[in-house]
Design a protein around this ligand. Structure first.
Ligand code: ATP
Length: 132
């Protein structure tokens, strides 16, 4: 089966540039699996775990939002923050979770509440992957 070319770009690095058999990403409308030849599209990513299947192996990364574009060249993910499973600092994510939970309790405004909810969600995705 033909492979799909995938690039993952963050502000600090080209995190991945290679070929994959299948990519499963968490979009704002749910998980979407992408194979070679998928129709062109642009989609907004939710915070979630990205799965890349290559030759029977699976690579996993936490991807904290961003965009995915699929065109005839392949697929590109552009995101502010992403980490491979082994890169996740579990202690940091636990601290972020605790901070966010404390802020949720003490939120003074809807903006505070929303920011804390988003921070909590990022921490939970990181812990979900990092603690495996
Ligand atoms: P924190 O409050 O711990 O900074 P955050 O959710 O605010 O967490 P982000 O803004 O999503 O952090 O990410 C900032 C940068 O730090 C990104 O480069 C991201 O990859 C990295 N990063 C954040 N948390 C972790 C973590 N637990 N392990 C590894 N890298 C992390």
């Amino acid at each position: 089966m033909a492979k799909l070319s995938l690039k993952i770009i963050t502000p600090s690095r080209n995190m991945f540039d290679g070929e994959a058999d299948m990519v499963v990403m968490r979009t704002i409308s749910g998980d979407v699996g992408i194979l070679h030849g998928h129709q062109p599209m642009v989609t907004i990513l939710d915070y979630g775990i990205l799965s890349i299947k290559i030759d029977g192996e699976e690579k996993k990364a936490a991807v904290l939002g961003g965009f995915a574009e699929i065109n005839s060249e392949g697929m590109s993910i552009l995101t502010d923050a992403a980490e491979w499973d082994a890169e996740i600092d579990v202690v940091r994510a636990k601290q972020a979770k605790e901070r966010a939970e404390a802020r949720l309790k003490n939120a003074q405004s809807n903006i505070d509440l929303k920011r804390a909810e988003l921070a909590l969600k990022r921490a939970l995705v990181r812990l979900d992957l990092g603690e495996k």
